[in-house]
Design a binder for this molecule. Structure first.
Ligand SMILES: Nc1ncnc2c1ncn2[C@@H]1O[C@H](COP(=O)(O)OP(=O)(O)OP(=O)(O)O)[C@@H](O)[C@H]1O
Length: 316
């Protein structure tokens, strides 16, 4: 599989602040890759470097086979935006895209209409962007990116402000692009979006990569997570869970009399369920409260924050 992005040791300072501290990033062509991390982790900075909006201080970056990251230039074949798309509020959605296409020297009206249709804005093509919601503006930004037929699409929080229908359009567009061989790199705080779309993720915390790889590798069976259990007899189930090894009882759920919340890892759950069943308690549902990505994200980023605090303590 060809690489769309290959970054090694990317480092970026803002004065004394180190926003990116030796970041490696690999995004394959045809892949939707998620970039996740807590506030201030360096995601926007990294995406900005890929889009030629900022330069790296150290490290190497190849985008679509070309060296990048050292000049304020959008590499060929790359589209996207950070911190929301730039639009002209006084122009209609269609004029915004048509002007952009004209400025860039490509794109016929038909492509503008097609891009608007793809993101679900055909019905409001003749409305001024001034009245558009955040989600609609995000979709205009995506439509603008589509005009250049990108081979790498870079998006910062593309689901911000999207309603379920807007989200569906955006997901479809991204999946279609990837199926056609383009690479998509998106940052998101919405773990369900990342899980629905991305095959691989890079998790960053405080400017460093704490995990990179397939989502399937994140599921760690030894890590305790919270589960919801729907059972036929909560009183007996709570009693058994309270004395089961490796299981901690959570709070009593407020609105559902048939549920209990427990914290356990996979082996502890595997041992608990037959115990409940043999005591005559039917187990009707067993669901992790947090997804594997969310719990890995929390565990990895907390670990990183703790290590940093310890390092600061040592260097004092
Ligand atoms: N232009 C700038 N000047 C000074 N510091 C900056 C600048 N841009 C980013 N930073 C700092 O660099 C670090 C990384 O910021 P960045 O915006 O890349 O994080 P992020 O992961 O995108 O965060 P969020 O999820 O909140 O958008 C932060 O400490 C931030 O304060």
């Amino acid at each position: 599989m060809t690489q769309a992005v290959r970054g090694r040791g990317i480092t970026k300072y803002f004065g004394d602040v180190i926003a990116l501290d030796g970041v490696d990033l690999d995004v394959a062509a045809g892949q939707i890759h998620g970039l996740v991390g807590p506030n201030g982790a360096g995601k926007t900075t990294l995406l900005g470097i890929l889009l030629g909006l900022a330069t790296a201080d150290k490290g190497t970056l190849e985008v679509l086979g070309q060296p990048a990251g050292r000049a304020l230039l959008v590499p060929d074949g790359v589209a996207g935006f950070v911190d929301g798309p730039g639009v002209y509020p006084s122009l209609t959605a269609r004029r915004n895209l048509a002007e952009l296409a004209r400025l860039r020297g490509y794109g016929e009206k038909a492509e503008v209409d097609d891009a608007l249709a793809q993101v679900g804005l055909a019905d409001v093509a003749n409305d001024k962007v001034r009245g558009f919601s955040l989600g609609m503006r995000q979709r205009i930004g995506l439509a603008a990116a589509l005009l250049i037929r990108p081979r790498l699409l870079v998006l910062d929080e593309p689901s911000n402000g999207l309603d379920p229908s807007g989200r569906k359009h955006v997901h479809e567009v991204l999946r279609r692009l990837a199926a056609d061989g383009a690479a998509v790199l998106l940052s998101s705080h919405q773990m369900d979006d990342v899980e629905a779309l991305c095959s691989e993720v890079t998790i960053v915390a405080a400017g460093r990569v704490v995990f990179a790889g397939p989502l399937s590798k994140l599921a760690d069976e030894s890590r305790p997570v919270d589960y919801l259990l729907r059972v036929s007899d909560t009183a007996t189930a709570r009693q058994i869970a309270a004395s089961a090894s490796g299981v901690t009882l959570g709070p009593v759920p407020a609105n559902d009399a048939d549920l209990i919340i427990i914290r356990a890892n996979v082996p502890a759950i595997d041992a608990l369920v037959p115990q409940l069943v043999s005591a005559g308690v039917a187990v009707r549902e067993l669901t992790p409260v947090t997804s594997p990505l969310e719990s890995a994200f929390l565990a990895l980023t907390e670990q990183q924050a703790q290590q940093q605090a310890e390092q600061q303590e040592v260097s004092r």
